[in-house]
Design a protein around this ligand. Structure first.
Ligand SMILES: Nc1ncnc2c1ncn2[C@@H]1O[C@H](COP(=O)(O)OP(=O)(O)OP(=O)(O)O)[C@@H](O)[C@H]1O
Ligand SMILES: [Mg+2]
Length: 228
């Protein structure tokens, strides 16, 4: 059975990328019985903080995504079990330094793709889904995630500024599609944190207008707001 690799990307910070990955990881693994690997590609390590054990990881010599992205460890060595059917490839703040070192490497956009390819060929591991949490930037870590992914989900906050910034992430996706990963598909947008804007008529107006655009571009692909 083929593994589906999904990246969650938006250069805008705080739009619930990490929360969406964490919740979806739980739903897929705990409720639907799928085998799921979550990959933390954000040096802020939010996913590792909420689903893993960051203090333990920082103390230990066990490799994490930093070493994987430096090609010093395989992702297999970094994976830790979280719950039944759910695994995490955690990270630490040092992933930020690794991103700078990546600039010097050949095939720097393909480090994660190669790491996941090796993992998927490993008969000891099978995942139905690999969910990649991206940092709020359009840098090499996000490009690596998009290059490795079959699909990208774009969390957008129901807020004027967040909706305006959509074009930026789409530009990055288009570049990756044309130069590195022509199979990458935009799965859709997830409109997040709608309850924060319940009082704001303006935000609703923008969301309504925008929803129409999104629906025209990706028919049937507008996802309903995530649960609180
Ligand atoms: N539905 C929700 N209701 C209330 N708070 C939420 C909801 N979804 C996310 N949050 C909170 O919003 C904050 C930002 O969420 P999150 O860290 O998932 O965003 P992010 O896009 O991953 O941020 P970053 O760009 O910094 O990585 C967090 O404190 C999270 O707990
Ligand atoms: Mg995050």
């Amino acid at each position: 059975m083929k593994t589906t690799v999904i990246a969650f990307a938006n250069q805008k910070g705080g739009v619930a990328k990490t929360t969406t990955v964490a919740e979806l990881g739980d739903i897929l693994s705990q409720h639907l019985g799928k085998k799921v690997l979550m990959v933390d590609m954000d040096p802020q390590s939010s996913l590792t903080q909420i689903r893993g054990d960051l203090p333990q990881l920082t103390r230990s010599a066990v490799p994490n995504m930093t070493q994987v992205m430096l090609r010093k460890a395989s992702i297999r060595e970094a994976i830790v079990p979280i719950k039944e059917n759910l695994w995490l490839a955690p990270t630490t703040l040092e992933l930020s330094d690794a991103e700078l070192s990546l600039v010097q490497m050949t095939l720097r956009e393909l480090v994660l793709r190669d790491a996941l390819k090796t993992l998927m060929e490993d008969p000891d591991f099978h995942f139905d889904y690999i969910l990649i949490d991206c940092p709020p930037s359009r840098g090499l870590l996000t490009v690596n995630a998009l290059s490795a992914a079959d699909e990208v989900v774009i969390p957008v906050q129901a807020e004027y500024q967040a909706l305006l910034g959509r074009q930026l992430v789409k530009n990055t996706i288009s570049q990756v599609q044309s130069q590195i990963n022509k199979n990458l598909k935009i799965y859709g947008y997830v409109v997040t944190m709608t309850q924060h804007t319940l009082q704001s008529n303006e935000a609703y107006q923008v969301l309504e207008d925008d929803s129409i655009q999104i629906l025209q571009t990706f028919p049937g692909r507008l996802k309903s707001p995530m649960p609180a």
